[in-house]
Ligand binder design. Sequence first.
Ligand code: SF4
Length: 341
Amino acid sequence: MSYLKKDYYNEHFSHIYIEKDIRNHPNTQNILSHFPRANLIEINHYKEIFCRSHQNYCLQKQSPKLILAKKQNSLMYEGAPVCQDFGNKHFYYTSQVMNCIYDCEYCYLQGMYPSGNIVVFVNLEDIFYEIEQLLMKHPVYLCISYDTDLLALEHILGYVKSWFSFASKHPDLTLELRTKSANWTALSSFVPCDNIILAWTLSPENIVKRLEHHTPTLRQRLSCIQKSIDFGFPVRLCFDPIIDTKDFRTSYEEFIRIVFEALPKDKIKDASIGVFRVSQDYLKQMRKQRSNSSVLFYPYENDNGVFHYSKERTEEMLSFVLGLLKEYLPEDKIFQWKEAT
Ligand code: SF4
């Protein structure tokens, strides 16, 4: 569809679908206040729009619509085996938003969801209630920015602010906010809190340009991380997914050097590394969406329903990046994702 001019598409969120039941919810009102010119359409349930058949994920990403809904049933999920738990026993994630304003070519969301539109669940208070129930039993480690990039959406949702306020009252709750954004404007308005970890996903600049469409550049992310560290936020660096390329070694060597030239190594809380992996069902869908993507059509191996690089290549890539990182960080601060054996 490259012949289409950029202005062929509607603006992002030109149409907003709203479940009738949450029309007057304060979060709905707040979100709508950012889009005074949007066409508002009332619906009964978000799945009427989000789960229609024959949607084109990639085309919808060019001009996503917003769907405001109420999250029903389970609000928290136990961490999946393909996720890094950083040694936390009670590891959960919660999904208040489905889909992302960025468009990474390797993103599993395009295999997981039938639509490129963005669903926002407005009833944050129900998630908070469920967490408080869990906290009565044990401490909770919770990833709040899976299946989206919450910080990148902060200017319209304000959810990160709500999480900061909630976490500051619950010391047994540790939050991880994963992001690729460089939204310093939002971050600078929060008070740093020991139990909220800002976790930046970083990739070599050539991978950012080629595969992480619409995301801030590596330099922009590093500048935001630097300011966050100076401000007192705990910062995690996520070198995940590591992507194989022809110039893998030189590219990652230069990349890690650039990262630690920009950041004070002794102020980094910890780091994670992991190679690209994805479930077979998702990869099948992803390949349908992007039939010309070299990262998706790499000859991965399938192990029990998970596609990944061969065992040898995985070991090679991980030990190379680990070796580079060990020049800057002690090994006990580096978490490696490895498939369960
Ligand atoms: S930033 Fe993360 S969630 Fe968003 S498109 Fe990229 S990989 Fe997917």
